[in-house]
Design a protein around this ligand. Structure first.
Ligand code: PMP
Length: 397
């Protein structure tokens, strides 16, 4: 009976064009990748600075694996916290200008565990409508009153923050993962001050990409630990590795160390991963050429798209979505791009709201100007081959 119901739900998802599928990658991350036996130009990776296969990052990983072996062997609080983890935490704290940092095994766990540890019954958590699923899940599960405000709309935030709550926490992405736009953090900080609320920023897509030394959205806006007490970052995107961190005050970090269950009850990441993260952090901070190259490619892509009449979203980050409306059109355009040797993300509900399916194109420092040209030509062709229908324009699909 249960099995039949599950099969029915899967069939419905399939019929709506919303079935998610995995592909097999047969090469390292890079501009040119082999996927399911096909060589493609990849525009679907979060390896924004091209560090996932950088020689010194790989060397740091290999060296540490020779020393520590593969597994960490235990959770951080038992016996799995290595010197590499310790040094990485110290370096992240210095990099982000904060008292301390705490490593989590994944960004999902960092977000979920932090909100769960800080809030409970009688509290209020207020989140941007387009926040990452892990933030929304933490808000829903923590027992506090959970409210969402309109995307990047400070008036809507203010209204929501007026609701009662013992502790109030505002949570927003720094750079939104499916739209690529940046939260108006200065205004959000003001609003939190006025309403005596704490602020948590998930900068998974800002760290490494934004700011003079790659310290992310907060550096871009010139905001400190006093302005944004809780900063979350991931190490699996621009840092090219794996894992995540929360950075903030001593009290915050000690609270999470003692009470964040996804921190306490899971095996620490392998020490070699921490060593690779350290090498990547070094490059992020001291070599701005990758960031600058990426910024040039973004500008070039946007100018090229504008001249072809391709409508882009309001983003100057590495995430450059093309909003198409229906899941079907998105799949068709992505399929045509693939036939032309180009891989992009086809993002559909429930990852994005109904009627706002899109291509998620991500640019990285691995790309060249020629790659961007190729992408633009292919995109122009694919969009013309699959023009918008009423279904796309009504935003109902
Ligand atoms: N926050 C945001 C904004 C993300 O995009 C992601 C990854 N998709 C995460 C958190 C989760 O990070 P991780 O992949 O390390 O679990």
């Amino acid at each position: 009976m249960i099995e039949q119901q599950l099969a029915q739900a899967l069939q419905e998802r399939q019929q709506a064009g919303l079935m998610r599928q995995r592909r097999q990658l047969e090469t390292a991350q890079g501009a040119s990748i082999s996927v399911d036996g096909e060589t493609l130009l990849g525009f679907a990776s979060n390896d924004y600075l091209g560090l996932a296969n950088h020689s010194s990052v790989v060397a740091a990983f290999t060296q540490a694996a020779k020393h520590y072996g593969v597994g960490s062997g235990a959770s951080h609080l038992v016996n799995g916290h290595s010197r590499e983890h310790h040094l990485l935490e110290e370096e992240i704290a210095a990099f982000t200008g904060r008292d301390r940092a705490l490593l989590f095994s994944t960004g999902y766990m960092a977000n979920f565990g932090t909100i769960m540890a800080l809030l409970g019954q009688g509290d209020l958590v207020v989140e941007d409508k387009l926040n990452h699923a892990s933030l929304l899940d933490g808000g829903l599960a923590c027992g506090a009153k959970f409210r969402r405000y309109l995307h990047n709309d400070v008036a809507s935030l203010e209204k929501t923050l007026a609701l009662p709550g013992q502790r109030k926490l505002v949570v927003t992405d720094g750079v939104f993962s499916m739209d690529g736009d940046i939260a108006p953090l200065k205004e959000v900080v003001q609003s939190c001050r006025k309403n005596n609320a704490w602020l948590m920023v998930d900068d998974a897509h800002g760290i490494g990409v934004l700011g003079a030394t790659g310290a992310g959205s907060l550096q871009y806006f010139g905001l400190s630990q006093q302005d944004v007490p809780i900063l979350m970052g991931t190490l699996g995107k621009a840092a090219g590795g794996f894992g995540a961190f929360i950075a903030g005050s001593d009290v915050l970090i000690e609270t999470l160390t003692q009470f964040a269950r996804p921190y306490i009850y899971t095996t620490a990441t392998p020490p070699a991963v921490a060593a690779a993260n350290r090498a990547a952090l070094e490059i992020i901070q001291h070599d701005s050429t990758r960031r600058e190259h990426l910024a040039q490619l973004i500008a070039m892509f946007r100018a090229g798209a504008a001249s072809l009449g391709v409508q882009l979203m309001d983003s100057f980050t590495a995430i450059q979505p093309v909003l198409l409306g229906s899941a079907q059109r998105t799949l068709s355009v992505a399929g045509t791009l693939q036939k032309q040797g180009i891989l992009v993300g086809a993002i559909r509900p429930p990852t994005v709201p109904n009627g706002s399916a899109r291509l998620r194109i991500t640019l990285t420092a691995n790309h060249s100007a020629e790659h961007i040209e190729q992408l633009l030509v292919a995109l122009d062709f694919a969009l013309k081959l699959h023009p918008a229908t009423d279904l796309d324009n009504q935003g109902t699909a």
